[in-house]
Design a protein around this ligand. Sequence first.
Ligand code: FES
Ligand SMILES: [Fe+2]
Length: 360
Amino acid sequence: MASTAEYRLGEFDYPRGWFMIGDADELGSGPATLHFFGKDLVFYRGMSGTPHLVQAYCPHMGAHLGRNSTSYIVRDGSQVEGESIRCPFHGWRFGPNGQCNDIPYSPNFIPKAACLTTYPVVERAGIVWMWHDPEGLKPDQDLPTFAAWEKENEGWVRWLIDDYGTLPVHPIEIVDNMADFGHMGPIHGSIDNQYFDNLFEGHKLVQRFDAGHRTLTVEANDTLSLDTWYEGPAILQVDMRGTFPSHMLIAHTPIDNGTVRVWHALMVKMPDATAAQADLQTARGYQRASRDALGQDVEIWANKASCVNPMQIPADGPYGKVRLWYSQFYNPRDKAAAIQKRVEGQVVTFGKQRVVERAA
Ligand code: FES
Ligand SMILES: [Fe+2]
């Protein structure tokens, strides 16, 4: 697999943005050992339940904060105190800002440099998200709200998380999908294509696609209408109007430079008044159909050679623009506006141009 440098994406190996790090239920209260962005990390919850994410290795002498089962600190259940976490080796304790705030055998001296790198984390829609920034700055993008999660009283059935695991592909090849009109028929069974365009809007990238579909519609003449968008480099959402209205998430997070972990989830709006009354079996079946549709892409990604330069033909979507848009996240944030300006606008790949509706 090719690395970020081979794709010539920018100054940084890893992008700036919000990223999924796991299913909140699966992560539990931790400490849980994670590996993203080429780094070993530890997730834990403070006693309030608040999630925290820190570097895995203790600045004192390098012990792993999450990989221990035999230290008395771990066996006694005293590793987490309040919002702080204690190292299993010599018991140094680190607060939620990463700073060491207790050394059991040194009451009067704590070195300033005894500090863990910490990362902003938010739990939302059953998922734990982290902010990653190669410049170490605060978030300049909002984490999406995933509004349907709070609409069980309107018939929305919350999603379960499907984990596709680690794929040997750079995330740029997943983002390429935004311009990929040509794979819709062969891979996903789209028929009677009607419309395909892309909108480039700052840190947002939209795809609008209307067609018939061989699996996600019921009646022969039903059209599946998809509004798909990235907010930032790694959170893709889809409003899908097919047999049922549904809201899809595809999230992907770099593991190392050139590998990525991919998750899928789908919330489905059932005709019943509340999710409690809804036909859960039907909703789950619909999520499985959507998961399997993404599985068709995943099988390609899991087995393909790296594509550093797509052999683009006129009927293909705007791969070059999509890659340029994506490069904004691999460069210092003060360069992002100039990159956005170069791609801003609409590209219609198939069908009669449609007006771009904008919120007032
Ligand atoms: S290595 Fe962590 S306290 Fe010594
Ligand atoms: Fe696809």
